[in-house]
Design a binder for this molecule. Structure first.
Ligand code: HEC
Length: 156
């Protein structure tokens, strides 16, 4: 009798360990955190540029160039692994705003990512060349953010 229950306890332990990497380590949630951290850095840098473009903050060529270069570099980073299947707002209800369409229409989402990368690279080239140049380049970046959010991000 003692022997049987010991064996059972062992079997339960093995099953728990085997399920661990999938169920217990929160890797889906970590991926959501990582991609939202990257998005926050997009927003930080774009916010700085938007403030200058709107006249809320005085235009400064060096700061504009730095923020636009940051944004271009950030949009060029690989997001490999940050969008694992099963990390949509249906599977992870309340923890993410990523719509399942990201996966069902793939690779449409990465084309939107490419549009942003292109617009951000162009903005980085001109942002230090005066306020008008900044204003000329920032619109396409904002549109690229918005286009992807509209299609692939759930409203709050
Ligand atoms: C290729 C698609 C795509 C592009 C391009 C994109 N986003 Fe996002 N963004 C998303 C998705 C999807 C989410 C929701 C992610 C989640 O909740 O898991 C998101 C979330 C965010 C968030 C919320 C972060 C948080 O902490 O909750 C901010 C802020 C944001 N994006 C800003 C931006 C800005 C600024 C740009 C442009 C410079 C941009 N995004 C471009 C798809 C995109």
């Amino acid at each position: 009798m003692r022997k049987v229950s010991f064996a059972l306890a062992g079997a339960v332990l093995v099953a728990t360990l085997a399920a661990g990497p999938v169920l217990a380590d929160g890797h889906l949630e970590k991926a959501v955190e990582a991609r939202n951290a990257q998005m926050s850095l997009y927003a930080w840098n774009l916010g700085m540029l938007g403030g200058m473009a709107k006249g809320a903050v005085e235009y400064d060529a060096d700061k504009a160039k730095a923020a636009a270069s940051n944004l271009a570099a950030l949009t060029a980073l690989s997001q490999q692994g940050m969008w694992p299947e099963g990390s949509d707002n249906f599977a992870l209800e309340g923890k993410t705003r990523a719509l399942p369409e990201i996966w069902t229409t793939y690779p449409a989402v990465s084309e939107k990512g490419k549009d942003l990368e292109t617009a951000a690279a162009r903005l980085a080239e001109v942002a230090g060349n005066g306020l008008d140049a900044l204003k000329g380049g920032i619109g396409d970046v904002g549109k690229a953010c918005g286009a992807c959010h509209k299609q692939f991000r759930a409203p709050k």
